[in-house]
Design a protein around this ligand. Sequence first.
Ligand SMILES: [Zn+2]
Length: 99
Amino acid sequence: MNKRELVLERIEWLLALAEQFVKKNPERTKRYVFLARKLSSRYRVGIPKRFKKRICKICNTIWIPGYNVKIRLNKRLKAVEYVCACGSLRRFGYSKKRD
Ligand SMILES: [Zn+2]
């Protein structure tokens, strides 16, 4: 196993743990996400797909729909908007094809 795989595995593990603590211990979640993101940038390993669009870059939390994030559609911009509990906004565009 090379270093890259090892780091990726650790990131996965940290984020899975982070996900478990969102409701029980938000501070712990933030710590885990922070560490995962730090590893990701230091070793240039991407955040796994299933977490990529579920992380707040401002407060380092994992979003649980209906709990700490509001999701709405912006039809004019053709984007899904995620409004985090910390007030930050992230947009992800959606394509016409999928309609
Ligand atoms: Zn946030």
